[in-house]
Design a protein around this ligand. Sequence first.
Ligand SMILES: [Zn+2]
Length: 235
Amino acid sequence: MAMASSLSVPLPIKTSPKQPTVQLPGVGPCGARSLQLPSMKFTARPSSSPVPLVVAAATSMVGAETQSGAANPAKVLPLRIGHGFDLHRLEPGYPLIIGGINIPHDRGCEAHSDGDVLLHCVVDAILGALGLPDIGQIFPDTDPKWKGAASSVFMEEAVRLMHEAGYELGNLDATLILQRPKLSPHKEAIRANLCKLLGADPSVVNLKAKTHEKVDSLGENRSIAAHTVVLLFRK
Ligand SMILES: [Zn+2]
């Protein structure tokens, strides 16, 4: 299963207006149906492999100016901002994993992967900042290799793509929304793991948590959601 690293397609990646549009069958680690996107090809690796996942012919505009002959070269931005949102249903019989930390609770997230709402959200924020497709398109949950996958695999790939594109994390601000359990006893462990996965100093990684005032599915302990904003700096 290991892929030669020379197969990796380095960012910057240019976008061709003539690329055909295809429908990926995947619905992603979160269960949301993927949208149409320009032709893409992804070759993935097992989580145990040290070889990076290969992203080919993606739609990124990041750094496209460095490719000669690009039809619509993108501007080089000194800063890029990205937003991520995720929501999962909570069901009895599943572990609740937030930011890679197993949180004791009477229910957890039903998902194709480990259902880590925070890591999915952070991955989407980083991918968004880079102008890349979302997590559901890069890691389709129709692919059995992602079944039960630890979301740290998706994080590692997002961070690799960020560095490959020539960016580093400025800061990250995340908000978790859940009625129960109380997150305060676990917040520092979650934040520490997030920093480790991002290779970031704790001073630039912020984590907030709030309830949903007992209304709607979030407030009735039937779902959990997260928002994340990241700022990336050109290295
Ligand atoms: Zn998710």
